[in-house]
Design a protein around this ligand. Sequence first.
Ligand code: TMP
Ligand code: ASP
Length: 252
Amino acid sequence: MSLSPATGPLLYEGKAKRVYATDREDVVAVEYKDDATAFNALKKAQLLGKGAMNCRISALLFEHLEQLGVPTHYRGLYSDHWMMVRPVRVVPVEVVVRNLAAGSLCRQMPIAAGTPLEPPLLDLYYKDDALGDPLLSEARLDRLGVVTPAQLEAIRNLAFRVNDGLRALFGPVGLELVDFKIELGFTATGELVVADEISPDTCRLWDRAVADAQDRILDKDRFRQDLGGVVEAYGEVLKRVQGVCPEPRVYR
Ligand code: TMP
Ligand code: ASP
């Protein structure tokens, strides 16, 4: 059994994580699960070790972003699959940045997989599983009223800063950041920060040294497409980023 923090009530359970209150008002504990889901949980599996892997990769990436001055909810690791974070009010919008065409973009538009997108494309989705996380237009987002125009501008800017920061990290270790999804939240003091996780569950990462369109995949597409070797691929991502990110701090 790995070390768990003393937790209060379960605040939220998502598909890959549980969030618990702690005895401190300004800290919540996030438990990364081994559950893998895709296609809005139509496809499910348990992948032994995935939780710990994503917890560590997320910690490394949050450390890297914090070092660049990008604000995140991250406070530190508690143990191998527990992360301590600041509580935030999550904006119910999934923010996707795409550097190369892949996934839903290629299913919905006449664009071949791998086509470079310059400047990168930013897509917003309404975070609601029951509705299937629909793509938002700016007018629909405005109608929804969950963010002000100024907040939307801040969200866009932060998403592109995350993209620049991650590309600068991944490029030199031979990883192509095809696209990624982030969630953002407001802290108690109203600061907009990157929340949730950043991991191969939420990014598309291709091995730049591999030409084969399937063999190069080092992210959750291996699970979505039944390619096997999911945890091994995540391990490869971890191996590459741990040499180039600050060591995750321990928060207890
Ligand atoms: P998409 O091509 O399926 O729209 O996905 C874009 C990016 O967002 C990709 O890196 C995977 C990530 N993503 C999530 O993290 N959660 C999701 O529920 C979906 C649909 C995509
Ligand atoms: N995260 C989503 C799900 O669990 C979709 C995906 O990542 O493909 O269903």
